[in-house]
Design a binder for this molecule. Structure first.
Ligand SMILES: Cc1cc2nc3c(=O)[nH]c(=O)nc-3n(C[C@H](O)[C@H](O)[C@H](O)COP(=O)(O)O)c2cc1C
Length: 182
């Protein structure tokens, strides 16, 4: 019973970001990352907006051989060459109903989001959710991936995304601005 009381009262509290800004929105920062770059940015965003960090975890982790884009037979090459590829996910089950706004982070793979991100978006009911994409890359823009995501999932309330190849602090500052006008 005391547990129940605690969970109700904590839900009723407003979220406070690290600048003291208050927001009634419950924020999820979901990200996919294989070599840690997007993970670092996601962590900074979650801290900046007081969001819950959630790692999109493939059932089978990607090895460095899997990530070799120079090899047409590597796992990532094969998956990205197939529009219908949806690699299985592991990790904890998410209660998406608990969140109003989702920051969605991923590395750019062949100008798109990696296929496990598609699996994630199709595993949960994102209808009507506000989703704000962010990405890291070796130089490509986020534009192609967002265009494809909007076309595949028109039921989602997509907000303008951002390529976060700068510092983690810049990413956090951007996320705070987005939330304050959202
Ligand atoms: C399979 C694969 C494909 C990639 N394709 C692109 C690409 O099209 N454009 C680009 O700029 N970077 C590309 N990259 C580089 C990644 O986007 C970049 O290193 C990213 O920051 C990695 O994020 P992570 O450490 O979170 O996995 C690719 C990387 C991999 C592994």
């Amino acid at each position: 019973m005391s547990l129940l009381t605690f969970s109700c009262s904590s839900k009723a509290q407003k979220q406070t970001t690290d600048t003291g800004m208050q927001s009634d929105k419950k924020i999820l920062v979901a990200y996919f990352s294989c070599t840690g770059t997007t993970e670092k940015i996601a962590g900074a965003i979650a801290q900046a907006v007081n969001g819950k960090l959630y790692r999109i975890t493939p059932a089978v982790a990607y090895t460095s051989a899997d990530l070799n884009w120079n090899n047409k037979a590597s796992r990532s090459s094969v998956e990205m060459a197939d529009d219908n590829s949806r690699p299985a996910l592991g990790g904890e089950t998410l209660n998406l109903k608990d969140y109003d706004v989702v920051f969605l982070g991923y590395p750019i793979w062949w100008d798109l989001c990696p296929r496990p991100v598609n699996t994630f978006l199709e595993k949960y009911d994102f209808s009507g959710k506000t989703v704000i994409p962010f990405a890291t890359s070796g130089g490509s823009s986020i534009t192609g991936s967002v265009k494809q995501l909007k076309a595949l999932y028109p039921q989602i309330g997509w907000q303008a995304g951002r390529l976060c190849n700068g510092s983690a602090k810049q990413a956090g500052d951007w996320a705070k601005r987005v939330i304050s006008v959202e």
